[in-house]
Design a protein around this ligand. Structure first.
Ligand SMILES: *[C@@H]1O[C@H](CO)[C@@H](O)[C@H](O)[C@H]1NC(C)=O
Ligand SMILES: *[C@@H]1O[C@H](CO)[C@@H](O)[C@H](O)[C@H]1NC(C)=O
Ligand SMILES: *[C@@H]1O[C@H](CO)[C@@H](O)[C@H](O)[C@H]1NC(C)=O
Length: 903
């Protein structure tokens, strides 16, 4: 074909117009090129010769045989190159191996040339090719761990130039546990995911006999399966945990690992196999938490503080591998309990004399702490406090529960504030470990009094004075004892010795409560003037002391004058001369506590017309009854023939005058019956009823006021009384007035305490039969006879003396009805000195109703006395009486009128 084209072109050129030439220079007939050459590969170069210019687009391949676009002509400078286009790629094994190329050229003149080039394709050896997936990509393989070794892949390869069975296979890296044999890759071991690499990268090489090779990349992955048991990674199997942790507290973290799990932790589940109410476990995290508070002190932990748990871990999915381990919890004590005591309040009674160092109470054994371990179960005692406690009580040794007395509890100590009360002590029992729990204990120490001291009198001896006038129950004085014991328990006073008279009943009585010494009965100075008694003060527990009490009985004018005769019946002739000592009658008086000069005599009643008088009226223990005023019946002046005189004899006692014992004037009484008769007529009326009635009246007064309380008042009163008495005395002595006789019913001295005076009136009626109450002298025989003034019975007087009929009652003092008053004194017969002998009667004789013409002559009087030779014993002699102040005053007036002396 090419040949014919070439020929054609040739012919056309030769015969073409213009006649110019164009030629393809150097172009051989054939050329060769290797298969599978890339585009641009030059096969052959040539040039074009022409006289003119080559027409555009020439030379070019106008035809190929066989037809292909695998060739082109490139213009490169001055030459042209036959080159491959690369497309299609000329492959020896697949395309024709020889191509005829018709190359045609034309110039501007129209000349043409045509040549045919035969291109021969040359065969080249090529590397093998993979026929499997390796031909296109890397291959991944998966092997499950644990599988047996064996073929895992078949490599397929071929070669264009060689037979397949001539190919050789190799695998790198050689260390990999794989082998290849004629394209078959096998594992050489059992893979473990957990221990082996999880993948292997292999390169498989196929080599042809010419040595060309191809590489393929294979990655082998080991596939994990759940073939492993989880295991615990927690190394701590014993945990010390404190008690009393609140629920929810994590006390242990249990960790486990699943070798299969590729460290995905949530593939594991935790649980506790041991039944327990105290713990739970977080099934995902393995944290063990408190589910219920554990009390170490409670059973069973008190004795068995260990808890063993079996903790299980399982991997997932369920049904997989499981494992378990034992975890031990040791419950540890904490100081969660304060010391507890059986009681918190204690009472102790301690005598006040308890000595320092005495153990008051030991609190130790009352308290305990249920915490188990030391030091949580240890405690001490602290903070002893309380008012006054620091000086008296101490924990000894410090911290112990022993409360020891270190001070005194003496009630007598004025600093002791708890006297009669108790010490309130507070002490804390406290843990010695944090949190130092404490409780308070209260100890009440009451101190009891001890009778330590006997009562002591405030004076070892007492001297009291008491008037013998003082009545029973009069307070003599008071003794006083104190007892240093506190509290004061009470003192009883008593008389233990003395105070009685001749063994008879006690004179004194002592108030056991007050110590007041009182008269139990009236004392009598004349019997015993001084008592020495022993008094005792005793406390309630028979501790006692004694003191001496001297009681001086002060003499007082407690004795009344006693005069003889006590009563008497006298007869007087109607014409008796004035001044005559009637029947020589004398009163002789004695007084046990008054001197002989202290008597005063006055006729209290019955002295009608003042016919009778005593002389002297005072200053002597003997006085004479005289006729002071003559009788005058004829004129009717006198009508009474029978006079019943009541004579009062008082004693002006020194003691009473000084007011030492509440000035008392004692009064004796004498009753006289005087009958006036007409001489010659001797008829004496007799009666058949020999009965005499005596009245004895005594009034008693005493002060109810105890002298010792208002002592000053009384003392003042006594002084006042004395002063008043003295004033009274002065007044009575100087008062010139006269008044008609009145019954002495008024009080001369009104005591200051009159409103407080109590009057007791005693009347005594005594009937006496045939009492000879009077004495008279027989005018004929001169003998003395006795007679009954009422009945007129007579008898000769023998040695028998008149019996005092007045009963003296114990309280005669201050009898206002007995005391002479001013009026009493005025009532005295005229010519009678008011007091003693100092005031002559004549000085007062002027203006009174008494008849001044009736004085007795001293001679007469003296005669009368002298004519009475038989004087009664003890009566004053007439001579003595002549010295009586009355006598000189009376004598001049009496003398002419005394013709009728009856003596
Ligand atoms: C094939 O792999 C081997 C080993 O890795 C290497 O030396 C060689 O050059 C590779 N050949 C080709 C064509 O890549
Ligand atoms: C347990 O683990 C938790 C969380 O990691 C941590 O807060 C806690 O302190 C741990 N407890 C113990 C007892 O290890
Ligand atoms: C009367 O007093 C005198 C002293 O004046 C005395 O000697 C005489 O004994 C007293 N008589 C009586 C009875 O007491």
């Amino acid at each position: 074909m090419m040949e014919k084209l070439k020929l054609l072109y040739f012919l056309l050129g030769v015969i073409g117009p213009g006649g110019g030439t164009v030629l393809l220079v150097g172009l051989p007939n054939s050329a060769s090129v290797m298969e599978n050459q890339s585009a641009g590969t030059s096969i052959f170069s040539f040039s074009v010769s022409t006289n003119s210019t080559i027409s555009s687009g020439f030379p070019y391949i106008i035809n190929t045989s066989p037809l292909t676009k695998a060739f082109r002509i490139d213009y490169i400078g001055t030459s042209y190159n036959v080159a491959l286009t690369g497309s299609p790629l000329l492959d020896f094994e697949t395309t024709p191996n020889s191509f005829n190329l018709q190359i045609y050229v034309e110039d501007s003149t129209g000349a043409t040339d045509l040549q045919i080039l035969t291109v021969q394709l040359t065969n080249v050896n090529e590397p093998p090719m993979f026929l499997d997936n390796l031909a296109n990509q890397d291959v991944s393989l998966y092997i499950i761990e644990g599988n047996s070794p064996g073929a895992i892949y078949q490599v397929l390869a071929s070669d264009r130039e060689s037979a397949t069975n001539t190919l050789r296979y190799s695998l790198v890296p050689a260390s990999a546990p794989f082998s290849i044999n004629t394209g078959t890759i096998s594992s050489t071991k059992v893979f473990d995911y957990e221990t082996d690499p999880h993948s292997y990268s292999l390169i498989v090489t196929v080599t042809d006999p010419q040595g060309l090779s191809v590489n393929g990349s294979i990655t082998v992955y080991i596939t994990n399966i759940n073939d492993e048991t989880p295991y615990f990674t927690t190394t701590t199997l014993t945990y010390l945990i404190p008690e009393e942790q609140i629920p929810g507290t994590t006390v242990a973290n249990i960790t486990a690992v699943d070798p299969d799990a590729d460290n995905f932790i949530n593939t594991l589940l935790y649980s506790i196999n041991t039944p327990t109410e105290y713990f739970t476990i977080d099934q995902l995290t393995g944290g063990i938490q408190i589910a219920k508070t554990i009390d170490r002190e409670a059973d069973p932990f008190r004795l068995h503080p260990n808890i063993v748990l079996e903790v299980m871990v399982k991997d997932r999915p369920s049904g997989g591998q499981a494992n378990s381990t034992f975890i031990t919890f040791i419950i540890q004590d904490i100081n969660d309990n304060p010391p507890m005591c059986q009681q918190y309040a204690f009472r102790k009674l301690v005598p006040e004399t308890e000595t320092t160092g005495t153990l008051i109470i030991d609190l130790t054994n009352f308290c305990s702490d249920i915490d188990v371990d030391s030091p949580y179960n240890l405690f001490n005692f602290t903070g002893l406090s309380g008012l006054g406690s620091s000086e008296r009580f101490q924990l000894s040794p410090s911290g112990s529960g022993k409360i020891v007395l270190i001070g005194n509890l003496d009630f007598e100590d004025p600093n002791n504030i708890a006297v009669g009360n108790e010490y309130s002590l507070t002490v804390a029992v406290q843990d010695i470990a944090a949190q130092y729990f404490k409780k308070y204990l209260y100890v009440y120490v009451k101190t009891s009094p001890v009778n330590e001291f006997p009562p002591v009198f405030n004076s070892s001896s007492y001297v009291f004075n008491i008037s013998e006038l003082s009545p029973a129950t009069t307070k003599v004085g008071q003794v006083y004892a104190t007892d240093k014991d506190y509290p004061y328990i009470g003192i009883t006073y008593s008389i233990v010795a003395g105070g009685s008279t001749f063994g008879s009943s006690d004179i004194f009585w002592m108030d056991p409560n007050t110590g007041n010494l009182q008269l139990a009965t009236k004392a009598d100075y004349e019997i015993t003037s001084k008592y020495i008694i022993t008094v005792q003060a005793e406390d309630s527990e028979s501790k006692f002391s004694t003191a001496s009490v001297t009681v001086n009985i002060l003499e007082a004018n407690d004795e009344k004058p006693i005069c003889v005769p006590n009563s008497y019946t006298l007869s007087i002739p109607v014409d008796q001369a004035i001044g005559t000592n009637i029947q020589n009658f004398k009163l002789t008086c004695t007084d046990r506590d008054s001197g002989p000069n202290s008597f005063r005599y006055f006729i209290n009643s019955g002295n009608i017309n003042n016919h009778f008088a005593f002389t002297p009226t005072s200053g002597s223990n003997i006085t004479n009854l005289v006729l002071a005023v003559p009788f005058d019946y004829s004129s009717g002046y006198d009508t009474t023939w029978n006079y019943n005189l009541r004579v009062y004899i008082t004693d002006d006692n020194i003691i009473s005058a000084s007011g030492g014992s509440k000035g008392v004037v004692q009064t004796g009484t004498v009753s006289l019956n005087i009958k006036v008769y007409i001489p010659g007529l001797t008829t004496i009326k007799t009666t058949t009823t020999p009965e005499v009635i005596y009245q004895s009246k005594t009034e008693n007064s005493y002060s109810a006021v105890a002298w010792y309380i208002p002592f000053v008042i009384t003392l003042g009163s006594v002084i006042l009384l004395g002063l008043l008495g003295y004033l009274t005395y002065l007044f009575a002595k100087h008062c010139p007035c006269r008044s008609s006789p009145k019954p002495d019913k008024e009080l001369l001295i009104k005591p200051a305490e009159k409103t407080k005076i109590k009057h007791d009136v005693f009347w005594e009626m005594t009937k006496i039969n045939t009492v000879f109450d009077g004495e008279a002298q027989d005018p004929i025989t001169g003998k003395i006879y006795e007679y009954n003034s009422k009945s007129g019975a007579r008898r000769w007087k023998d040695t028998q003396l008149p019996v005092e009929s007045e009963q003296i009652l114990p309280q005669p003092a201050m009898n206002p009805n007995v005391l002479p008053t001013e009026k009493d004194q005025h009532m005295m017969p005229k010519g009678t000195p008011n007091k003693r002998e100092k005031t002559p009667i004549g000085a007062e004789n002027g203006g009174n109703q008494t008849n001044p013409s009736k004085p007795a002559t001293p001679n007469r009087l003296q005669t009368a006395n002298q004519t009475s030779p038989k004087l009664e014993p003890g009566k004053q002699s007439p001579i003595k009486r002549a010295h009586s102040p009355l006598s000189p005053r009376l004598s001049p007036k009496v003398a002419p009128k005394t013709p009728i002396g009856p003596t």
